[in-house]
Design a protein around this ligand. Sequence first.
Ligand SMILES: Nc1ncnc2c1ncn2[C@@H]1O[C@H](COP(=O)(O)OP(=O)(O)O)[C@@H](O)[C@H]1O
Ligand SMILES: CC(=O)N[C@@H](CCC(=O)OP(=O)(O)O)C(=O)O
Length: 289
Amino acid sequence: MTESPPSTEDWAATARTLSQALPLFRRYAGATVVIKLGGHAMGSAGAMASFARDIVLMSHVGINPVIVHGGGPMINEVLKAQGVVSEFINGKRVTDEATIGVVEMVLSGLVGKRIVQAINAEGGRAIGISGKDAQLMVCEQTDPSLGFVGTPVECDPTFLHHLKDSKTIPVIAPIGTGRNGETFNVNGDTAAGAIAASLNADRLLLLTDVAGVKDATGEVISEITPDAIRDLTADGTISGGMIPKTETALAAIEGGVRAVVILDGRAPHACLLELYTTQGAGTLIRTAR
Ligand SMILES: Nc1ncnc2c1ncn2[C@@H]1O[C@H](COP(=O)(O)OP(=O)(O)O)[C@@H](O)[C@H]1O
Ligand SMILES: CC(=O)N[C@@H](CCC(=O)OP(=O)(O)O)C(=O)O
């Protein structure tokens, strides 16, 4: 069955939306936007292609997009096939020596390359790297009880500047290097925050599988203050995988990122809606004005 063509009204509405986006295109021209694509936000091949297309569009209209990805569910699958079930403490995977090998293989080898290929297929030029490359993310052990989990202590963004100059989109796996040559598993949100701070990014978008940070009644909070984050974490309303996201948002703001948005990456065109419409989406965290 053939689809009926869009009506004149539909075309007019589309044209109006594009026209209204002009001030926002201008606002973000030259801006660095770090986008963290969580494993739960990565959908079907079609959704990945749509995400990739939006990234290519952003780069064509002058944004410098930097992708940091997760892949927790994909790591779980491979571990499960080996009979291993991970324990998570406050949203971070307890990572022993055997697990770190799987984490690196899945993130750098499978998930990262899938995103790279999707962006390249849409006409962009993406390259897959990890925090190990070019001293991008040097880590210290977060806590001995978590094993090979690292906290970024030094980020050198020099190589990312070279990629920007050559119009190449970095797709970064959250694997860090230790000062003694160790490999560290870094939570994807934590990695994205550290990289965004090192770049003094204009925006950090944390794409996940919920509409934003929810309050105790389940309502999405459209803008949340650092004090409210601390209160909701203390009373358990913010828990599990949301903890590294809100912790990251606070650290990124402290580190010089202008604003952080936690939003539903499964929603079609989530990044475009956030940047190029006045509606916004998800939960905004920004510096006090
Ligand atoms: N207050 C909260 N608001 C929204 N989500 C929350 C909250 N507290 C815990 N969560 C959980 O955090 C999850 C997102 O974290 P995570 O599963 O690690 O996502 P990702 O793979 O995208 O990084 C949500 O699916 C939800 O179950
Ligand atoms: C230390 C730690 O927990 N690392 C994460 C890295 C991947 C990740 O962050 O993936 P999501 O964004 O999909 O959750 C992990 O091993 O699952």
